[in-house]
Design a protein around this ligand. Structure first.
Ligand code: 5GP
Length: 143
């Protein structure tokens, strides 16, 4: 599948659309999912344009995994989650709705069901508060 330069994540990467960013480096960007399935649901994506993981260069794939690992640790502490679901969809048939490869970091809590995928917008104040906590944890990791 050809890469659509105007998909929503491409536009976020170009700064044409806003996002609640928690982490950025030269190869990757991480921001909160606007329709979180649980508190702290975060997306990690490469800056390299690629629809699926299979289209991604080895270097960008490595960068994504390293960022996912780093951000996941901060998300877990920020929301006090005992478990994390890390998922990644390739192609519409697999449930991918945005055609720019990305990893989901989804905190899991015992007895708490996940909200539906890409269905309901989160409260923006709550998202901002959670993002601030995640960034605090990332700062603490660096320090
Ligand atoms: P996919 O189905 O492609 O694996 O996941 C796409 C994710 O992107 C969904 O969880 C959806 O809630 C999220 N999403 C869709 N549009 C936007 C947006 O404009 N901003 C943010 N932050 N997340 C989005």
């Amino acid at each position: 599948m050809a890469y659509d330069r105007n998909n929503v994540f491409a536009r976020i990467l170009r700064g044409e659309l806003p996002c609640i960013k928690v982490y950025e480096d030269p190869a990757t960007l991480a921001f909160l999912d606007i329709m979180p399935q649980s508190d702290g649901h975060t997306l990690v994506l490469p800056k390299e344009p690629a629809v699926t993981l299979l289209d991604l260069s080895p270097e960008a794939a490595s960068a994504c995994i390293l960022t996912t690992k780093r951000v996941a640790a901060a998300v877990r502490r920020a929301v006090g989650a005992p478990g994390l679901l890390i998922s990644q969809f390739n192609g519409e048939a697999a449930g991918q709705t945005v055609p720019h490869v990305h990893f989901h970091i989804i905190p899991r809590f015992p007895g708490l069901k996940l909200k539906a995928h890409a269905r309901e917008k989160g409260d923006s104040d709550r998202l901002e508060q959670i993002a601030a906590r995640i960034m605090g944890e990332l700062d603490a990791q660096r320090g």
